[in-house]
Design a protein around this ligand. Structure first.
Ligand code: NAD
Ligand code: GLY
Length: 384
């Protein structure tokens, strides 16, 4: 991404109520614009939420893992702004990103008599964020919502940009809406309780931004990966800020994915096939994306867009991040055929033709179709 073409704004926050290290990245979408605040101690600070729309009620949506860790801090902060602060706790896991779990949010909203000004707060990872956003998009045809992401993956990707969804057994994130939050609060402290496997999954989405948009960031990641794996706050803060800046730059130009935004799906076509083919929750989303990026890099090489050294460099970084670089066998009969069938359900497919995000030279991505024979070669090479 050429620096002069960066449309994002990134400023150090001057307000003394925030930690001095608090940074802000802005998503520029006219009347749907909003800030992403990144720093320590933000989640439990009343000041963080002071500019949100006024309402009588806040409903915090969380899950059985995250609620015991962070819901008390958040609800206490929100009590400074809302007369009623309610909580609904969902079952944890990708396998629950479905209609029955979504219905629990609507049940709570209606049973508590929540009006159309009620503000929803998504406290958790991408699963809670995607479901809360979808509930906010559809309850009374739309109520405001705030993302309070607590995984690295959610802080660098899913909480930003307004994609909300649930899964269908036949396809990942197939039912949803574009609906932007009012605010995203990335509290670095929350990452300290994140299990190592989840941290690695988040690193997949961080690494993604290098090959598609910023090779300088890829250089930085190679040098600082160990600091990120050790959860050093300064390294995490930089990785989150740069990831959000790149995502803001993309979303600011193509909110509804009519073109450019598809590059954020690098590795996802193969990754989603792995997730749905194995059954949701077996591999983490970020693990599918990590391995999917290796496969997509090999495809890019076969299409003549990058060389073997580039593929090796990316694969090494993904492996160092603790992510799988070999795909699972999804069928003992015709494994590549099974992958192809699953990938045809991808949202980027057009008239049954799969469209892949490929690296079109280092730091630049493109979307294109590829001959099945070439894709089969890649799957055969990359599956254990
Ligand atoms: P997740 O939401 O399942 O969270 C991972 C696990 O970590 C869960 O068990 C969760 O309870 C736990 N957890 C969360 N925060 C924690 C903390 N601070 N301490 C301890 N445990 C914690 O998974 P995820 O990786 O955050 O998100 C993956 C989901 O995001 C997928 O459904 C994917 O499709 C979606 N996604 C959406 C977008 C988008 O643009 N909307 C982008 C990328 C991914
Ligand atoms: N995570 C892909 C997107 O937001 O478009």
């Amino acid at each position: 991404m050429p620096a002069e073409k960066c449309l994002y704004t990134s400023v150090m926050h001057a307000n003394p109520s925030f930690s001095p290290a608090t940074a802000q990245v802005r998503i520029n979408l006219a009347e749907r614009s909003y800030p992403i605040v990144i720093g320590t101690g933000l989640l439990g600070l009343a000041h963080t939420y002071q500019h949100l729309p006024k309402a009588a009620t806040a409903l915090v949506v969380s899950n059985t893992t995250v609620a015991p860790l962070y819901v008390a801090q958040l609800t206490e902060a929100l009590r400074a702004h809302y007369a009623r602060v309610l909580v609904v706790t969902l079952p944890d896991g990708e396998a629950h990103k479905d209609w029955p779990t979504l219905q629990l949010i609507f049940d709570a909203l209606l049973e508590y008599g929540c009006d159309r000004k009620t503000v929803l707060f998504a406290l958790g990872g991408g699963v809670v964020g995607d479901m809360t956003g979808f509930a906010a998009a559809s309850y009374m045809r739309g109520v405001p919502f705030v993302q309070v992401p607590t995984t690295l993956l959610a802080q660098v990707d899913s909480s930003v940009g307004g994609k909300t969804a649930i899964n269908h057994p036949l396809g990942k994130n197939m039912i949803g809406a574009f609906y932007q939050p009012q605010l995203v609060v990335c509290d670095l402290d929350a990452l300290q309780t994140l299990p190592d496997r989840e941290l690695s999954a988040g690193l997949a989405e961080v690494i993604k931004y290098g090959p598609i948009a910023d090779m300088g960031f890829l250089d930085w990641l190679e040098v600082n990966l160990d600091a990120l794996l050790a959860k050093e706050p300064a390294a995490l803060a930089h990785a989150i800020q740069r990831s959000c800046e790149i995502k803001a730059w993309v979303v600011g130009q193509d909110e509804r994915e009519s073109g450019l935004r598809a590059i954020l799906n690098f590795g996802h076509t193969f990754g989603h096939a792995i997730e749905s083919g194995l059954g949701y929750g077996k591999w983490l989303h970020g693990e599918g994306v990590g391995c999917g990026m290796v496969m997509a890099a090999h495809l890019s090489q076969r299409l003549g867009k990058v060389d073997a050294a580039f593929v090796g460099r990316l694969s090494t970084l993904i492996k160092r991040a603790g992510l799988p670089v070999k795909g699972p066998v999804l069928s003992s009969a015709d494994n590549a055929g099974r992958y192809l069938d699953l990938m045809r359900v991808d949202k980027k497919s057009e008239a049954g033709e799969i469209r892949f995000v490929v690296i079109d030279g280092p730091g630049k991505a493109a979307v294109c179709a590829a001959p099945d024979a070439l894709v089969r070669e890649v799957i055969d090479l990359c599956c254990a």
